[in-house]
Design a protein. Structure first.
Length: 232
């Protein structure tokens, strides 16, 4: 009976996807809204990366809400899992001795990869206005480096006080940057509060690179805390 039900479910899903594929036709032109963004972002914001321009300027308030949700997730995980790992573990302590040591391959690989991950995260964050990337993506890469560090060195504990302070500071600066957009430009998180610079240059697109850095630091700290909380 169970196999028959699973087979029926597979057939139904196959029919749904077959209908989607058969009726699919590639767009020959952009929708009106997308076309307007493609035109406005380079002209008004000076950012070649249209997605980043939309997320960090036109929809900057929504992005702030998404970061607030991530903060609530980190806080919720901390409340559920208790007060474990609030302080860094000291080498030689009974807790660090109980941690399962990683293999030499993992430790050597992490020593090679961690600097590369850090450089790549910085590149993704700081070049988000020019190419694919941005604060969210870079923050996730930072958290992946932290995960690798914890896998290679399980005796190490993250300093949650430092991460919390850094995350809070980045959040406050993020909001203040948004208010500065209201005062010196046309709206909340309006990146034109700073000069747009030369289109395509590293120092360009107004305040978008600044916002991207603050977002990357905030997301990286929050995800790192979540990862550390889930350690056994």
């Amino acid at each position: 009976m169970q196999r028959a039900f699973m087979a029926l479910a597979v057939v139904l899903f196959a029919g749904i996807f077959a209908g989607i594929v058969i009726d699919y036709s590639e767009r020959q032109s952009l929708p009106q809204l997308a076309a307007s963004y493609v035109k406005l972002v380079p002209q008004e914001l000076g950012a070649p990366n249209i997605i980043t321009g939309i997320l960090l300027s036109y929809r900057g308030f929504d992005t702030l809400g998404e970061v607030a949700v991530l903060f609530m997730v980190a806080a919720g995980v901390g409340l559920v899992l208790g007060k474990r790992n609030l302080q860094p573990r000291e080498a030689g302590s009974s807790e660090s001795k109980e941690a399962i040591a990683s293999s030499e391959i993992v430790q050597t690989g992490s020593a090679i990869l961690l600097p590369l991950i850090a450089i790549f995260a910085a590149y993704i964050i700081m070049n988000g206005h020019l190419s694919a990337g941005g604060g969210f993506q870079g923050g996730a890469i930072i958290a992946s480096g932290v995960m690798l560090l914890l896998l290679a060195r399980p005796e190490i504990g993250l300093d949650h006080d430092f991460l919390g302070t850094t995350e809070s500071l980045a959040g406050v600066l993020y909001v203040l940057t948004g208010i500065a957009g209201l005062v010196f430009a046309g709206g909340f998180l309006d990146s034109r509060m700073l000069p747009l610079g030369q289109f395509g240059a590293f120092f360009s697109a107004g305040a978008i690179p600044v916002i991207s850095v603050l977002l990357g630091v905030k997301v990286g700290c929050e995800l790192s805390v979540v990862i550390d909380r889930f350690r056994g």
